[in-house]
Design a binder for this molecule. Structure first.
Ligand code: SF4
Length: 382
């Protein structure tokens, strides 16, 4: 064997093992740092925990107990999960929506703010109208196509559901500047002070909206998030206490790796995401050129196995398809399967999923009206 190639394969493998160690310690460290609890106890006592919980993808929480009590006793509870419309949804978003669907099966009333104002304020789109268009043309139909129940799902686009700004005004009275600055880490160098009002007032209004009188008053609420959104939960809990609401609970999910292997799947890194609206053939090409946890040297990979823990192809198969059923982890890490074959299989799964999903999108778009929230918030005005 060419010793230079072997040396390179060894170096790459060492690097991947290092990344695996980093990944393994990242979430436990974050849990400790943020004071979150492991989900294991909930899994033990719930008769039918979600697939993502059993896989350890939904992994931590704060105050889930209070939500679990409402779940068990058929009392009202709500879930809030906002979305920033700057482009089509991708497989990373699908992870959260899969968990929302499970929560809805457990009885949750689900609120989904489409935050086109945020897309504009933080410069993700050129204009408010661009973000609004993306929301109605792409994001909302994709959410509906996932199979939500219209009776228990309330979607709203911020710029059109303007009552949210009255709620934000109400909320703003309860936010201390000190707390907001601390939670979001702003300092004097902040060049967009408008976003402070947006982040603290409007975002917290989304989280607390289900507890306003129009939706039945204070009730347990749950916010499923990635770890980066934790500050919003902290601030909303503080405001909730001041308003005599119930502090919202948090459910934390792990990120889905992007295809470039450089972090979470994200629309802002080219080649990182598989969008739900991608042409299936294009998606297959993306999979085939993806970074993996394997080696360029087949003999080396057969001997040492792949590093599934940092492989986006493994993650896609685990989060969304059949990694468990096909025993992919063992086959990968023992070197029984190589990346070329593995990618072919994953690509077929993605192709089939996208074809099926996209076939129901037009009908989903036509049903938008069934899901839009139009409840007027009068209790703070009269
Ligand atoms: Fe990833 Fe599959 Fe290669 Fe393993 S065999 S590293 S799971 S692509």
């Amino acid at each position: 064997m060419n010793s230079e190639l072997l040396q390179q394969a060894m170096r790459e493998y060492e690097e991947k093992l290092f990344l695996k160690e980093k990944e393994a310690s990242y979430y436990p460290e974050k849990m400790r740092e943020l004071g979150l609890k492991n989900i294991e106890r909930f899994i033990k006592y719930h008769p039918n925990p979600s697939r993502l919980m059993k896989l350890g993808i939904t992994y931590a929480h704060r105050d889930l107990e209070i939500v679990a009590e409402s779940m068990a006793n058929n009392k009202p509870w709500a879930v809030i999960s906002g979305l920033n419309p700057s482009g089509p949804l991708h497989l990373g978003h699908k992870t959260i929506f899969d968990e929302l669907l499970w929560l809805q099966e457990q009885g949750a009333e689900i609120f989904i703010p489409i935050t086109n104002d945020e897309s504009y304020v933080v410069d993700k789109t050129k204009s408010l109208s661009d973000a609004r268009r993306i929301g109605y043309d792409s994001v909302i139909p994709s959410i509906i196509a996932m199979g939500f129940n219209p009776k228990l799902t309330h979607i709203f686009v911020d710029s059109d559901y303007t009552d949210i700004y009255n709620v934000a005004m109400d909320i703003s009275k309860y936010i201390t500047l000190n707390k907001a600055l601390k939670v979001f880490g702003f300092d004097e160098s902040e060049d967009n002070p408008g976003s402070l009002f947006y982040r603290s007032g409007v975002q917290i209004a989304h989280i607390l909206l289900p507890q306003y009188m129009e939706f039945g008053g204070p009730k347990p609420t749950l916010v499923p998030v990635g770890i980066d959104q934790h500050p919003y939960i902290l601030l909303s809990r503080d405001v909730a206490e001041r308003k005599k609401f119930i502090p919202p609970a948090e459910l934390t999910l792990k990120f889905l790796w992007g295809l470039d292997g450089k972090g979470k799947m994200s629309a802002s890194r080219e080649g990182s995401a598989i969008f739900l609206t991608d042409n299936p053939n294009e998606a297959v090409k993306k999979i085939k050129s993806s970074y993996t946890g394997g080696s360029a040297l087949a003999t080396y990979q057969r001997e040492h196995g792949g590093v599934a823990e940092i492989c986006p192809i493994y993650a896609i198969q685990q989060y969304h398809f059949d990694a468990e059923e096909t025993n992919l982890y063992t086959r990968c890490t023992s070197g029984q399967i190589l990346c070329g074959k593995c990618k072919e299989y994953a690509a077929e799964n993605v192709r089939k999923y996208l074809e099926k999903f996209q076939s129901v999108l037009p009908e989903a778009k036509a049903r938008t009206g069934e899901f839009l929230l139009n409840t007027s918030i009068r209790s703070i005005l009269e």
